[in-house]
Design a protein around this ligand. Structure first.
Ligand code: IMP
Ligand code: MG
Length: 174
């Protein structure tokens, strides 16, 4: 193991921010039911924590797309590995992502999901790296804007490791 992980956002900071987003969503969707679409695998930890803090009725579904190989750079190729189980027609959908980086994955995904006729479609991401944006994406809820560093934890991986860290860390290669 040649890399080290330095804490960027502590567990306490992340939890507090997720609570605030949960409250915001509960206010924005008062009187409605929200359908959370989790983008696997990275979005799963965030979605579970977020869902627990939303006070309006919630349903969930999962999908998996691939845009990255084992490395830290985007290939630009987006492929559906696992599609949603349920239709989105007339649902108030919030896509829950771990991070928006180049924006390629989300741009593709949001267009695809929009074609399925949701009543509304919003995007919620735990992290945003605005400096890295290549494609324009409208983000409705952001946990934290972070600098252009490769991060892990809270669902984010480096070669499939570190997803289980309860905080966000920066990977430092020796
Ligand atoms: P985008 O299409 O470039 O926006 O890439 C989004 C996806 O790339 C995310 O959902 C992550 O899976 C992955 N990714 C981007 N930046 C990082 C990072 O810093 N750490 C871990 N995964 C990342
Ligand atoms: Mg992801």
């Amino acid at each position: 193991m040649a890399e080290k992980v330095r804490v960027l956002l502590s567990e306490k900071e992340v939890d507090a921010r997720i609570s605030a987003i949960g409250e915001q969503i509960s206010r924005d969707y008062a009187g409605k039911q929200v359908h959370l679409v989790c983008v696997l695998k990275g979005g799963s930890f965030f979605m579970c924590e977020l869902a627990k803090r939303i006070t309006v009725p919630v349903s969930i579904d999962f999908m998996s797309v691939s845009s990255y190989g084992g490395a830290t750079k985007s290939s630009g190729v987006v492929k559906i590995i696992k599609d949603l189980d349920e239709p989105l027609k007339d649902k108030d959908v919030i896509v829950v992502e771990d991070i928006v980086d180049s924006g390629r994955t989300l741009c593709y995904l949001l267009e695809l999901l929009q074609q399925r006729g949701p009543r509304s479609l919003a995007l919620c991401t735990l992290l945003d790296k605005p400096d890295r944006r290549v494609v324009d994406v409208n983000v409705d809820y952001t946990g934290f804007e972070i600098p252009d560093k490769f991060v892990v934890g809270y669902g984010l991986d480096y070669n499939q490791r570190y997803r289980n860290l309860p905080y966000i860390g920066v990977v430092e290669l020796d």
